[in-house]
Each structure stands twice: as C-alpha cells, then as structure tokens.
Design a protein around this ligand. Structure first.
Ligand code: GAL
Length: 825
C-alpha cells in the first residue's frame, strides 16, 4: 500500500515533508462544499460557495432521508425472480433520495512542479471532475476507483486549486440502495516526474512452500524517458525485519515494468487464520537522485483448484464459509468508515465466516485492506449487469465503452492483496442466456487472465439450464451457481471443471426476534406486519434455507463452499415485501440485521463454522402472554451433538443431530428431516411462562453446557453495552452501543418498541442509530430510535480531541442507561 501522510495544508509542514519524501498523499476530507441539485458554473474557481453546506467526505447525501414511497419507485418485472408482469416495486433502492445531481467543491495545494494525480476510491455516480474550471476526467461507474492526472491543470504555484465534482444518479439505476455522492475517499497524490503511477506494482509469489517462497515484483515507472533507473527494494517481514533486498539498475523500455525477484526463507504464509503481511518497500532513483518511494503490501500464499477435489489454500483443502455483502453500512449509508467495516468483520469472524463476496460491485479499498489484515478470503466482483439491462438506467448503458477500463482498474487496484483469491466477472447477468453471451464472458475472463494470471475467475450464474446448454458455464474457470442447490450434482457431472461453487446461497428471510406460528418450512410467505419468522425456515421462491447448503458442503468434495446471501441486512430489496409493500425498504436476508445485531441464524452458522468456540443458542424468546398452552417449538443451534430441553423443570427429552443416513431415512416422513442434521428441534412444546433450560451433552455423553431463557417481567431499565470502550481520537472511530429494554433481572423484554432518546457528551458525538426493523421510517441520524424486538444500536463517533465520552439512553417508563467511553490519540 502507498504511504499516506495526513497533513494539513499549512505550507511549512507541507514543504518540510517534501524535503524527506518525494511522494505526498493527502486525503481530502474536511470542508467540502456540497449542493444538492444542478448549479450552473459550479465548476468555476470564482463560483461563490460560501453559503453552501459544509460536509466531510466520505459523504452520502441520501442517507439523511427522508424515506418516501415515491423515491425511485420502479415499475418492473424482475425476471430473475420469475416475474412475467411489471409491478410497482416500493423501497427497492431503500426509499431514500439517492436520485439526482450533487456538486462537491474544495481546494487543494500541492508543491509547484510536482506530478499530481487525483484518486477517487468511488464516486456515486457519473462523476465529472473539474480542476480550476476545466474538466479533468469523467468516470461513469459509481463503484469503481479511478484516477486522473491533473498536472497540466494546476495553478503555477501549486496553490489554491479548485476541485469541483459533479455527480448524477439516474432513477431506476440500481436494484438496491447505491448511496449518493463522494461516499468513498478522495486523495491527491503528488510525486516527482519519475514515479510509480497509481497501482503501479504487480507482486506475485510464483513459488510458495514452508521452506521458501519466491517473490516477483514488477514496478511500472512513469517518465523514465530512457534514463537508467535504479530500484532498491527491501522485503520486510510481518515482524518488521528486512528478509530480502535487491538493488538493481537498468534501462527499461517504454511501458515495460522493472522486474525484481526475491527469495524469502521460511515464509509466514497468509491464510484467514494466519493473516501475515509482508511489505516490499521500493526506493526509485533516476540520474542518481531518489525520485520516489513506494510500498507494496502483500501476503505469501498459494491457491489451487483441483477437479473433483476442490479448493486449496497453501496446499490445504478448504471450503468457502463465505457471505455476500452489499457495500452499505446500514445507518451510515454508503459513506465508508473503517471502524464500521471492522465491526462487521469482527462479527463475521466470530461466526466462523472466512470469505466475503463483494456483491455485486468493486469494494472500497479499506475493506480489502481489512480482509488482508483480519483474515478473510475475498471474491471481488465488478458487475450486476453487462450489455443487457436489468435496470433501465443500469450499467448496461456504459458496458461496451467502459467495461475493459473498469475491469483493469479493479484488477490493478486489488491484484496485490493476498485476501483476494478469486475474481467474479458478474452476477446473474441476463447475457448468460444470450447465444453469444459466452463471447462477453470470455472477453471479461480474458482481461482477468491478462492482468492477473494468478487467480481463477468465476461468475454467479442463476439460469442453470441456459448455461449448461450454451457453453457459458463450461468456459468459466470456476462455475458459480446462485441458489439452485438441487442442480449442483447435474452441473458437476456435465461440466468439464468438475467442481461447483455456491457463488450465492440460501436467501433465507428472517426478522430478528420475530417468530411466526405454526412453525413450517415455507417459500414466499408474507405477514401483515411485513416481517419474516426467526425460526429460519422461510425463503423466497428462488431460494432455500441454510441446511441444504450445509449438506452440499458436507456430502461432496467437489462443492468448494458457499457465499450466503447475505451476511448483513442492507438498504433496499425488501423481499418478500418488495411489490407495493411500503414501508418495507430494507432486506430481511441478513444473518445479521441492519443494526448489526445478530439474528438467530447467526448462531446456526456459528455452530458449524466456528470450530474454536462452543455455541449453544436457544430460540424463540420465552415471553408469550396469550400463548399459554399453545404449541411453541424450541430450536437449539449448537455444535454439541445432543441436548435435553426442560420447561419449568419438566423434560421434553433429548434430541441429537442426525447423521446424513439417519436424515435420509426419514425424508418424506418428516418435512424437517434435513434440518435435523444441523439443528436440535423440539416441535411440540406447549408454552407456559417460566424458564426454558437446555442442557447440552458432548460426544462422550457428558454434560457440557447449559442455557436458560426466562419469561421477562415488566420493562424496568435500559441496558447499554458498547462493543469497545477505548476509541481513537481521530474524528472517525466508532463505538456500537447495544441498547436493550430489560426487566429488573436483566431479561430482555422481547416485544418492546418504546422510543429511546440518546445524548452524547464530551469527546464524541452521536452518529446514527438503527433497530433492524425493515419497515421503520425513523431517520438514522436523529438521536432517537424506537426499539425493535426490545433492542437497537446507537453509534457514537469519537472527536479529534481525546477524552471521556458519556453516552446516555433514555426512554419513558424505564430507568435510563449510561456508559462512558474513552478516546485517546
Ligand atoms: C439474487 C441476486 C442478489 C439478490 C438475491 C436475493 O438472485 O443475485 O442480488 O437479489 O437474489 O435473494
């Protein structure tokens, strides 16, 4: 990764840094002026923006709402979901005002006579970039990083350059909430004329073993003009030691990269469990003078795919235990925040998840860096649409002209990240059924192979009959299927690759803390409250419940794992409440809800995926006034093989997880035969208030753990728990505070929905809150939110000054909750 210097624009600091390093990277974060709507001449330096709103970038203009049914109302037939007739889709893009034009303006200084490039990590969308009144570049795709050389447009002394960016989101341009504005970072990179351009290195590890690894570094140099170039590169180990050095001088022919090779003995291999990172630090010299220093962060690891056998990392067989995620951060919208991403990954890690698919777009670079550091494999995917439309104003408008440029940027930006183990070229593109669709697929796959020969390519395919027949699936390195679990075996047998990836699986729908009766496995079921049942047995017409995917992974070597739809709930796509079902406006697919609170399903995955901890989770809650005597099934998600259930001391017997054979033997007789392999279920339990106790037994039959769930009494106080108490005073760090309405003994009041108000004092401020209710129209940024199923999350942001931050949650009828966080530099 490149060196980033966070500096103020004070001249003395700027120029004293120059003396030491020729490369300066500056984030443009504060004091942007923002205007929603078209503004004539806003690109001009003399445009008076003093009265415009001041914002900090990353900024998502639409997340502040309000939610409206009329925002981007789409009348469409979603053909992927088998719809034949157009119908009104409400909340498809989150019901938020992302459509329209927005202008951002700021100024920046650079040293005179430096080479200067602007790098945008993503700008939503159709970005027109102006420097000092002149158009510097245009980049239509809102999710991709792009850069433009603005050297020729700068003021002579390098000072007070006006940067203006015009963004435009068309209606009907997305199937989910895309966010709006400069929602990712913008930086100014200023270098000597002879320098390493943006994403200018390519580092591979052609040989990897426990004894040694070879490291090959290709460095592109701009403006070498036939000079003798010297590059001194040190390879730095994860513990900071120089483990290899090369000092080479040579003339490089125009356009050719400068090659250096290294041996690293006894390398620390990168894996999700051991995310070791190395650095290659290269000093570049021209005419005897150092002109650049560039750092490439990397990992040493090998990936392999063997037909009939599956996926191998560092020679070890493993299956992806992955999730798909959209890019939004729930109540923060699309505006990128590292602490929020880290929070997501921390929860997923504890679940045992080891892989992320960036559905269906290029990720923020911060996410990829965190996956390198925290240990997640990534499938990076650029497109939801190729040349044939899914959305009237979707990417298909730009595909022919821009696809290669978009691919190249993505590949160059992320090809040195060890976490990226696979590229996906698209998701459920209608092109898959076109007779010439294979040509488009091969065009994109070839770009991947050309720019990065080290990683396999997949594509999320959903039209199984088409792609098996028309040759499309046979030509993709790794055939990836979205859902259609019942066709995996057929695909495995027909396709030459003899492996199958679950590129998108499950799409089970549930609402945290909501349970519906009777408890049945059902597709496309809808309720008056627009929620789905927390028993994890409901899915859409095209999808399934998790157990089917678990069985495919367990029963066949050649299934190389799965990416569950989705890790987190996201804004938009409120299936099954997507057709004229306002106010539903966010998804129910997440294993974790929009407030970052795990649903029950989290523990089902954890019980199978996280082998380092024990899981014993009981559902539903046990506070059902009015259900006395009614059948209220109890499910237990656990890694233990056996458990016994007691209600108020009365045993309901032991249940054990069935083997594959035992489960097959009862198929047809028991609708939940497959579930009995992965869940312990007591289907006939009359509700009586009191205590549910589950005692779990290990494989040797010994009591291992017990769990008790009690009927809650009257709401008494708010319990507040922060995910972390020590923050960094950088103006960005976040604490996620869970607020629970509990009785006097601390039992959750599971149906409470009272309004909670927040105050934050001291060295921080209130940032946002969410409750995970997909029908809630409460605005995230206002310091109040009703509880949903008794809980919500409030997010507090540290200021730049260190100190104490006091958070308080208050609600009518219960005692308030208070906690103190600490922030330091
Ligand atoms: C898939 C699609 C995803 C999402 C999901 C919902 O078909 O690839 O983007 O729409 O369905 O189940």
């Amino acid at each position: 990764m490149k060196k980033i210097l966070f500096i103020s624009f004070s001249c003395c600091i700027l120029f004293s840094l120059i003396a030491k390093a020729q490369r300066i990277e500056t984030l443009l974060e504060k004091n942007w002026k923002f205007t929603k709507g078209e503004v004539a001449e806003a690109m001009k330096p003399e445009f008076d923006d003093r009265k415009r709103e001041t914002v900090t970038v990353p900024h998502d203009w639409a997340i502040f709402g309000p939610f409206e049914r009329s925002n981007d109302l789409q009348e469409v037939a979603v053909t992927q979901n088998f719809e034949k007739k157009a119908s009104v889709k409400t909340g498809r893009t989150g019901g938020l005002p992302y459509v329209g034009i927005g202008w951002y303006r700021t100024t920046f200084d650079v040293p005179a006579d430096q080479q200067t490039t602007l790098v945008f990590d993503g700008a939503m969308s159709e970005a027109r970039v102006y420097v000092n009144g002149q158009e510097a570049c245009f980049w239509p795709f809102g999710y991709n990083s792009f850069h433009c050389d603005v050297t020729g447009l700068l003021n002579k002394d390098g000072k007070n350059n006006t940067l203006a960016v015009r963004l435009e989101n068309k209606p009907q341009s997305s199937r989910w909430y895309p966010g709006a504005g400069l929602y990712r970072n913008v930086r100014v990179v200023s270098t000597d004329k002879v320098h390493v351009p943006v994403w200018g290195t390519q580092l591979t590890t052609p040989h990897v073993s426990d004894e040694y690894a070879s490291v090959r570094l290709l460095t592109t140099i701009a403006n070498d003009e036939g000079k003798d170039i010297r590059i001194v590169t040190e390879i730095i180990s994860p513990d900071g030691k120089v483990v290899a050095t090369k000092d080479n001088t040579r003339k490089i022919n125009h356009g050719q990269p400068f090659e250096q090779n290294f041996l690293v003995n006894a390398p620390c291999l990168w894996s999700p469990e051991t995310p070791y990172l190395y650095k290659a630090v290269s000093k570049v010299y021209a005419d005897g003078k150092q002109t650049d220093e560039y750092t490439t962060r990397f990992g040493i690891r090998s990936i392999g795919i063997i037909a009939d056998k599956g996926f191998f990392l560092n020679g070890k067989h493993r299956k992806f235990q992955g999730v798909c995620n959209h890019h939004d951060l729930g109540p923060l919208g699309a505006a990128i925040n590292v602490a929020a991403l880290r929070r997501q990954l921390t929860l997923l890690k504890d679940m045992g998840c080891d892989a992320i698919r960036t559905a269906h777009n290029m990720p923020a670079p911060e996410l990829v860096q965190l996956c390198d550091e925290m240990g997640f494999m990534m499938m990076v995917e650029p497109f939801d649409e190729w040349d044939i439309a899914k959305c009237e104003n979707g990417y298909h408008r730009y595909f022919n002209e821009w696809a290669e440029r978009d691919m190249v940027n993505m590949l160059h930006q992320f090809r040195n990240n060890p976490c990226v183990v696979m590229w996906s070229i698209g998701n459920e593109v209608p092109t898959q059924c076109s007779p010439v669709g294979y040509k488009v697929a091969s065009f994109l796959q070839d770009i991947c192979h050309r720019e990065d020969p080290t990683r396999p390519v997949t594509c999320g395919m959903d039209q199984v009959s088409c792609v098996l027949k028309n040759g499309f699936a046979a030509m993709i390195d790794v055939p990836g299927f979205n859902y259609r679990a019942h066709r995996y075996l057929e695909a495995y047998e027909l396709l030459p690759q003899n492996i199958v990836l679950g590129s998108e699986t499950s799409s089970t729908v549930s609402s945290r803390g909501v349970y519906k009766f009777p408890v049945e496995k059902r597709g496309d079921v809808k309720y008056d409250d627009h929620q789905s049942s927390g028993y994890d047995l409901e899915h859409c017409s095209w999808s399934n419940v998790p157990d089917e995917d678990f069985a495919l992974a367990d029963d066949y070597d050649w299934t190389i794992g799965q990416f569950v739809w989705t890790g987190f709930d996201y804004l938009g796509e409120p299936s099954p409440y997507d057709t004229d079902a306002w106010p539903s406006h966010s998804s129910l697919f997440g294993i974790i809800d929009l407030a970052s609170l795990p649903k029950d399903r989290y523990y089902l995955y954890r019980s199978l995926w996280n082998k380092n901890v024990n899981t014993l989770h009981v559902l539903p809650h046990w506070t059902w006034p009015g259900r006395e005597g009614e059948n209220t099934p109890v499910f237990v998600y656990t890694n233990y093989p056996t458990a016994e259930l007691f209600v108020n001391g009365k045993s309901y017997g032991k249940q054990h997880k069935l083997t594959a054979e035992e489960s097959k033997a009862i198929q047809g007789k028991d609708a939940l035969a497959l579930q009995r392999r992965y869940r312990l279920m007591w289907m006939d339990v009359p509700y009586e208030p009191g205590e549910v106790k589950v005692i779990a037994y290990d494989a040797s039959g010994k009591i291992a753990e017990e769990k008790v769930v009690r009927t809650a009494g009257k709401p008494h106080h708010l319990e507040v728990v922060a995910d972390r108490s020590q923050l960094t005073a950088d103006g960005k760090d976040l604490a996620y505070i869970t607020v629970r309405v509990v009785d006097k003994d601390g039992n959750l009041c599971p149906s409470d929905s009272r309004l909670v108000n927040f105050t934050v004092k001291g060295a921080g401020h209130y940032r946002a809150a969410a409750n995970g209710d997909a029908t809630s129209l409460d605005l995230f940024h206002l310091p109040k939110m009703p509880a949903f199923s008794g809980q919500l999350t409030a997010i507090v942001q540290a200021a730049e000054q260190a100190g104490e931050i006091v958070f308080e949650a208050k609600a009518k009828g219960v005692k308030s909750g208070k906690l103190t966080l600490y922030s330091s530099k």
